[in-house]
Design a protein around this ligand. Structure first.
Ligand code: NMX
Ligand code: MLT
Length: 387
């Protein structure tokens, strides 16, 4: 093998580091630059923050921005697919109001949608799941929250964010603000390269030729951990706990959390080495829609104070804000008051990016698909023995 083929030399020190930085494959939907953040099919995320989620989904599947006609056709296709397979949310009744984490409901709901699987057509499965997500999410919110049926029936022509907000019965100015915040949330969270935990988990499961639904449900389970997607819930709870925007008090709070060995949610990243542009964009949205919200004021101070405090620890590779710092506060301001639901929004967005990556992997090698994932673990502390 010539030197130019050596992409990465795996040393002993790379073992048991969560495969940090070790290349394992290729990704066509997005890449993450450590400084400039995620790019969808080459477009920096900050440039995409105002596009419609449907157009961002088209971009991730087709690797180009749709023209007007393609955009309309894509939306029409989603509308035509939008009826949920019958009985697919019956399990929600069985779980019962208020019990179990919403991420468990999301995962169970997606598994249950698997009854609508189309044989040997993973692209159709992906489009169907994307079309079904707004109603699945609305039913999850209503049924887990003990509010029963949808306030308004699904109307997919409102677009994915608008339809969700309408099914929950949000009205007037509240609906406009909720939809605006949700649309940008969905676009910003759809994809983050190939190696983040949920995407990697979903693609690994898919590589064994599991269904799209089983693969995506696995991805949602991976996303549910507080170091990954559930950081948006933990971060809002953290911001509420801070309870002040006074810089000195915020600093004392951050220091006391660190002393208690608790993470400072909304800061740090496995790959990024500067403030996440998704955090920067969301800060701008916050300054526009809720500059006087006390929670947003706390976030503003945290963004100033926490990187300085975290930066005192040389072990922390990136002390700056990540995507989760602001998103919970914006969702809260949009009227979604229960932080335990926030990761389901992250999951909804990731369904789109992870599905696009799984479809790409299934189409690879001339349609044969990517081989089953099988990395190697080296044996440690287990000399060969005989009974
Ligand atoms: N608060 C406290 N400690 C931290 C933080 C933080 N925000 N960030 C990193 N560290 C610690 C980390 O736990 C590790 O400690 P140890 O060596 O004792 O295991 C050390 O600093 C070095 O970590 P890094 O190499 O800088 O980061 P790593 O890649 O291991 O972890 C995160 C990345 C995102 C898991 C970590 O920064 C973190 O726990 N952040 C807080 C939780 C959070 O906001 N997660 C959301 C990430 C975005 N997402 O959507 O997934
Ligand atoms: C993110 O969106 O920041 C990720 O899913 C976490 C990562 O890239 O590791």
């Amino acid at each position: 093998m010539s030197d130019e083929n050596v992409l990465f030399e795996v040393k002993d020190s790379h073992l048991d580091t969560g495969m940090r930085g070790i290349p394992v494959g290729t990704c066509r939907t997005s890449f993450v630059d450590p400084i400039d953040g995620v790019h969808y099919a080459g477009y920096p995320i900050a440039d995409l923050a105002d596009i419609d989620p449907e157009d961002a989904a088209f971009l991730l599947f087709n690797k180009r921005i749709p023209n007007e006609k393609e955009s309309q056709e894509f939306r029409q296709d989603l509308i035509s697919r939008s009826n949920l397979p019958s009985g697919s949310t019956d399990l929600f009744t069985a779980i019962g109001t208020g019990t179990g984490h919403p991420m468990d409901w999301l995962s169970i709901g997606i598994m249950s949608l698997g009854r609508g699987e189309v044989e040997n057509d993973i692209f159709s499965d992906a489009m169907n799941l994307i079309a079904w997500m707004p109603e699945l999410m609305a039913r999850l919110f209503m049924m887990r929250g003990g509010r029963g049926e949808l306030v308004n029936p699904s109307n997919p022509s409102l677009g994915m964010a608008g339809n969700f907000v309408s099914m929950l019965g949000v009205e007037g100015d509240d609906a406009v603000r909720a939809e605006r915040i949700l649309r940008s949330f969905l676009v910003l969270h759809m994809d983050h390269g190939g190696g983040n935990l949920s995407t990697f988990a979903g693609k690994s499961v898919a590589s064994g030729r599991a269904s799209l639904f089983a693969s995506i449900a696995s991805a949602m389970n991976a996303l549910s951990g507080p170091l990954h997607g559930r950081a948006n819930q933990s971060c809002l709870e953290f911001v509420q706990k801070v309870g002040t925007s006074d810089p000195n008090e915020v600093e004392s709070f951050v220091r006391s959390e660190l002393a208690a060995k608790r993470p400072i949610f909304g800061f740090g990243h496995a790959v990024l080495r500067a403030e996440d542009p998704r955090a920067t964009v969301q800060m701008k949205i916050g300054e526009e829609v809720c500059p006087d919200d006390p929670l947003f004021a706390t976030v503003r101070t945290l963004r100033e104070v926490a990187p300085r405090v975290l930066g005192e620890n040389p072990k922390i590779s990136n002390p700056n804000a990540n995507v989760d710092l602001v998103s919970g506060t914006l969702l809260h301001n949009a009227g979604f008051r229960k932080p335990d639901y926030y990761t389901t929004f992250f999951g909804w967005a990731r369904v789109i990016g992870i599905s696009a990556q799984i479809v790409d992997e299934r189409n690879s090698r001339g349609g044969k698909g990517v081989p089953i994932y099988r990395p190697k673990y080296l044996a440690r502390d287990q000399p060969v023995r005989r009974l």
